[in-house]
Design a protein around this ligand. Structure first.
Ligand code: 5GP
Ligand code: MN
Length: 320
């Protein structure tokens, strides 16, 4: 019996699928993959909830069903949290957590402490889509589900580039390709293609980036005024921090965008020497060793000063 059947016990009729705030490709792909799988193979009353996300991901089958339920008092038999490391980071639909009969988490964040009753966690998996795949029955995966799971894995692995990718990741990707999906189009349209405005903001962030610690650290900031000028939303800023990290000599990249007066959303990426999930967790955030985030208060100067203190300490420890 596959793990999914241990979760889908006989007493279950209704299911809510919920992702994390500001969902990325892995979150949307794994939530939609699970939704498609349940729709294809079972007759549950399933609802899916997600915050606003990149329009390039709307190609997934049933995406018009997202947030379709408007009954806020609905109590589900089963609540499945996907790609979400803690209770506080659940996005739209988080209100159904408390009243659900049972809660299940499917995730790959190292900072996940297991906030559900059943937790399927694997911090060695490169994407939540990979953790989910391992729970499913291969021959029940349709082409539509495979498109979602492939998208999930592509996005969290940087198109199979990051060190989190394992031989198993490639095996899973191969199985999904075998379902007849248009994999090159998925990569081109959802990962690389950006609107003109998104590219302009990326250019601006690179142009105004500043190097610190003899080039080992780089940071850039986009103000709320800039976001308004280029008419972009937070979801349009994905990928900027990865571009900063691609700078030669850089160990850690920091990208900030202003969310309120004196409040910044922080994205951290590292190459090898620094565990950025440790840095983010000092400020109430979390994530993975090489990709993490948090929200910080104060001026840009305060935020950068605080972050670089921790980064510098880790770099010193590593060089000893
Ligand atoms: P990003 O920089 O792309 O927003 O996030 C990178 C990683 O860090 C993701 O895996 C994301 O889930 C995690 N992350 C980002 N911001 C936060 C936060 O405020 N709290 C926690 N716990 N994790 C975060
Ligand atoms: Mn993920």
């Amino acid at each position: 019996m596959k793990k999914i059947d241990e979760i889908l016990t006989e007493d279950i009729r209704s299911i809510a699928i919920v992702g994390h705030m500001r969902p990325d490709g892995d979150c949307v792909g794994s939530c939609m993959g699970l939704y498609n799988y349940l729709k294809d193979n079972y007759s549950f009353d399933v609802d899916i909830y997600l915050d606003d996300f990149a329009s390039s991901l709307l190609f997934m089958r049933y995406s018009e069903q997202i947030n379709a339920n408007t009954d806020k008092t609905k109590a589900y038999d089963l609540f499945i949290a996907v790609d979400c490391s803690d209770r506080q980071r659940l996005g739209t639909g988080s209100e159904f957590f408390e009243t659900a009969g049972r809660t299940v988490c499917i995730d790959h964040h190292i900072s996940n402490q297991g906030y559900c009753e059943i937790n399927h966690l694997n911090a060695d998996a490169c994407a939540a889509g990979e953790v989910l795949y391992e729970l499913l029955e291969e021959d029940k995966i349709s082409k539509a589900t495979a498109e979602c799971l492939y998208t999930a894995i592509v996005h969290d692995s940087g198109v199979f580039q990051y060190s989190s990718v394992t031989p198993r990741t490639m095996e899973i990707a191969g199985k999904l390709m075998g379902k007849g999906i248009d994999f090159s189009n998925i990569v081109a349209k959802t990962f690389y293609e950006k609107s003109y405005n998104r590219n302009q903001v990326l250019g601006r962030a690179l142009l105004e980036s500043v190097r610190l610690m003899e080039g080992k650290c780089i940071f850039s900031v986009i103000s709320a005024a800039n976001m308004e000028f280029y008419r972009v939303k937070p979801k349009d800023l994905d990928g900027i921090v990865e571009s900063l990290r691609n700078t030669e000599g850089v160990e850690v990249a920091i990208f900030l965008y202003e969310t309120n007066a004196q409040e910044y959303k922080v994205s951290l990426r590292s190459k090898d020497a620094v565990d950025v999930s440790r840095v983010a967790s000092y400020y109430g955030g979390g994530g993975h060793i090489k990709a993490a985030g948090c929200t910080m208060h104060g001026s840009v100067y305060d935020v950068i000063n605080n972050l670089t203190k921790h980064i510098e300490r880790q770099l010193m420890e590593g060089s000893r």
